[in-house]
Design a protein around this ligand. Structure first.
Ligand SMILES: [Zn+2]
Length: 505
């Protein structure tokens, strides 16, 4: 059996205020053919799982294409056309194939196409033909379109957030493909979208009894009770995308067509609706979060303040200064701010060299009205780094990441990491490359959503979450949606949404 594998991934933030070119993807490496397997050897990723499963099943794995970009504004029209072209060419070159495994994200949009993932799946489908099973993995922050669901045979989203099970999701997708190739099942995706822009507590699985864990438990029970249900995949959705399909959805991969699969999807979606108000993270303002951090009793390990409102791992600019300003005004001892994306600050640090002193306007350059403008600081350069690191994990263990050229600055006693690229700090290795150990700090301020919990949980005293008004702010009423399906919670009145969804007469 010849099985094509490919991965095209991006989380596209419609509110970032820009479109990125194809070179944004080249930064992380666009890989073709034989260059793909070595790049994933030893990693806990979907692609590694596809390759491992291929060896176990005796498949002839045909690596086609990997094009992955870090979250940002959507890709521009020319860049999108290029990726479609590369995927189509790689798929044609892979023919004949018996099956396809794709690792997608689900929140890929572009200047030219709101439904990137649907377009990728439809492109592959058109080339391989209707008889070839396509099994895909998704991020549970994906927004699943009808076209995506109709173009593939099976969907396996990650079941953890922070996502530490990329590999396991890849294994499930491969297992479903193996069953289809043996003729045991004829998998079909039955999709139900919830009338929720945000659902299932943003799919957080760190709280034991949160809405996502309860949904997972129900999904596993439904699978156990019906051997025709191959897999139930819950997507919380990605709410920073102004696209029709944004929001929560449930995909039931069933053996063939049967109304009971759609019913299971509808039941799961209703569960999301009923728990829409339950959020397991307490969201504070920057000032509240800083005050709370200062009041935490002394103890081992850092107090972590996570700014969800300017999270580069969700497409934020990573340079807002609201929280930084509070910290620099008080200068609490043993504090690290990680990181502020500011290429000019990095260049100044490189010019001064280690030990040199620089006067800079730090951060807040991209969108000063959202989350705070530049702050004048005098800083001493503590260390310089090329920004390359290997994820310790457990999130994307073994994958190489890149902060761009970076520097560690001492701003009057507060250490601040400045980077060329906007990146969330969620892996301890990202801090260690500067010659410092995250375990040693009393306070660490980072720009990231829930992903940090995987790496930081073992070392942190406690975590405090805040919203500083950047482009990944969840205060959606302040964001202008034009293409999103309506009515939808929480943008429209509860009763209007409920009636439209058929939950009220
Ligand atoms: Zn995600």
């Amino acid at each position: 059996m010849r099985v094509m594998i490919a991965s095209v991934m991006h989380e596209s933030n419609s509110f970032a205020g820009n479109f990125v070119p194809f070179s944004h993807f080249e930064r992380r490496g666009v890989l073709h053919g034989a260059a793909i397997p070595p790049a994933y050897a030893g990693t806990r990723t979907e692609m590694a799982a596809f390759i491992t499963a291929g060896a176990e099943q005796g498949w002839d794995i045909v690596p086609a294409l990997v094009a992955r970009g870090t979250p940002s504004g959507p890709i521009d029209a020319a860049g999108f056309a290029r990726i479609i072209e590369l995927l189509a060419a790689a798929t044609r070159a892979a023919l004949p194939v018996d099956g396809v495994l794709l690792a997608l994200h689900g929140a890929f949009s572009s200047e030219a196409e709101d439904d990137g993932d649907g377009a990728f799946a439809a492109t592959v489908r058109a080339i391989v033909g209707d008889g070839v099973p396509i099994s895909i993995t998704l991020d549970p922050h994906g927004n699943v379109s009808d076209r995506l669901a109709a173009s593939v045979n099976a969907i396996s989203a990650y079941r953890t957030h922070p996502h530490t099970d990329h590999f396991e999701a890849g294994q499930r997708a491969a297992k479903t493909l193996a069953r289809a190739l043996r003729g045991e099942i004829r998998p079909v995706v039955h999709l139900a979208r919830a009338p929720l822009l945000r659902g299932f507590d943003a799919c957080r699985t760190t709280p034991a009894d949160g809405p996502m864990q309860r949904a997972m438990a129900r999904a596993r029970a439904l699978e156990a009770a019906d051997s025709g249900i191959v897999e139930i995949s819950v997507q919380a959705g990605y709410s920073s995308a102004d696209v029709f399909q944004a929001g929560a959805s449930v995909a039931v991969t069933g053996d063939g067509h049967d109304p009971r699969f759609a019913a299971a999807a509808a039941e799961m979606v209703r569960l999301g609706w009923d728990e829409r108000h339950r959020e397991t993270v307490k969201m504070l303002t920057a000032a509240e979060a800083f005050a709370e951090a200062m009041a935490v009793p002394a103890g081992r390990g850092p107090v972590v303040i996570a700014d969800f409102g300017d999270a580069p791992n969700a497409g934020g600019h990573g340079d807002t200064t609201a929280l930084l300003a509070l910290i620099l005004a008080v200068k609490p001892t043993n504090t690290l701010v990680a990181a502020v994306a500011d290429p000019a600050a990095v260049r100044a640090a490189q010019g001064a060299g280690v030990g040199g002193e620089i006067s800079i306007a730090l951060g807040g350059h991209v969108a000063p009205s959202q989350g705070g403008g530049p702050i004048d600081v005098v800083a001493r350069v503590v260390s310089l780094a090329d920004g390359i690191y290997v994820h310790e994990g457990p999130y994307t263990t073994g994958v190489t990441g890149d902060l761009g050229a970076s520097a560690l600055l001492d701003c009057g006693g507060v250490l601040v990491i400045v980077t060329t690229l906007a990146r969330s700090i969620f892996d301890l290795a990202q801090v260690r490359i500067f010659g410092i150990q995250p375990e040693d700090f009393d306070l660490i301020a980072i720009k990231v959503m829930d992903a940090f919990r995987a790496g930081f949980a073992p070392i942190m005293r406690t975590a405090i979450c805040c919203e500083t008004g950047g482009t990944t702010s969840r205060f959606h009423v302040t964001l202008a949606f034009n293409k999103l399906r309506r009515p939808i919670w929480p943008l429209d009145p509860d009763d209007v949404v409920a009636r439209h969804a058929g939950y009220l007469p």
